[in-house]
Ligand binder design. Sequence first.
Ligand code: SAM
Length: 343
Amino acid sequence: MIVDRLVDYLPVSGPLGPRLRDGLGRRFEYLRLSLTEVCNFRCTYCLPDGYRKRCGQPSVLSLAEIERAVRAFAALGLWKVRLTGGEPTIRHDFEDVARAVSTVPGIRRVAMTTNGYRLAERAQSWRDAGVDALNISVDSLDPARFAAITGHDRLAEVLAGIDAAREAGFSSIKLNAVLMRGVNDDELEAMTRFVATRDLSLRFIEVMRTNDNAEFFAARHVSGESVARRLEAAGWQRLAREAGAGPAVEFGHAEARGRIGIIAPYAKDFCASCNRLRLGSDGKFHLCLFGDGGFDLRPLLQHDDQHDELVARIVALTRTKAPAHRLHDGDSGATPHLASIGG
Ligand code: SAM
């Protein structure tokens, strides 16, 4: 308590680590940076009809704007950045962005989330560009289902990409799977077996309701708690939460190499451990995945000498972060789909 109060009087960065906090005392060390809204996959829960450009959509942040933004967050003690989207690797300058972000002083870890489309051929280049950790979306291990969910008959390519990533020496590789009732929820055991025998981890993500997928959500949502019960019945054990851990609940198994995590945004207290902030590909700063549209930082990303003003604005906005999302009231904020903001 006393330490907490003292911390309020210390500079925003320094030996005590992250200093960016909201009004409830949640600390932020982790930035999700969306590089584009565009995705080439057509996942049934996200962009079932494919990506369509929004009317009046601004251009994506340039490399220089991205660098200025990341420098400001790093000055506030954020040390981990996740490159996401849309499909981040669609950007022709993806490797330049990864290189620039990974060399910002204070950034110690660069992760990315990808659909794995070019992974088999690019894994080593992305690693060489400074990406440390990978999350790869794999919603089914059955080729026909994978094609039905994503609109791309590419499971074999994505699996080859995972092998290439393991050879390229990423420090962490996680698979993301969205479990959907009547679509792939019978694959839980097959997926856990797949990671148990490999040096990989798996994240089950609850389908989240966005403005575009309300009917899909109602028909297909599987609760994280029911997934947890199935894992426990198969001998997986809940691991103690580490200090500063994000909202995922983690499970381990004595005989498994990998771990399993559940991201369950509908679980009680999910937002209490929120440690993420997001910067959209258009420069909008999002305090929540399901907030009201974000705050435009782009005017403060134009010159290096705006750094202090940018830092002050980030600090002030972060203080206003809401205690929790309003998903339980059927309110997804201004988010049409997760590709629009960086899932
Ligand atoms: N294109 C990349 C990919 O496919 O992984 C990165 C962006 S995607 C929006 C990031 C993650 O969000 C993926 O794992 C995807 O499955 C997940 N996702 C997208 N929409 C979702 C939704 N409505 N509910 C739950 N997860 C969702």
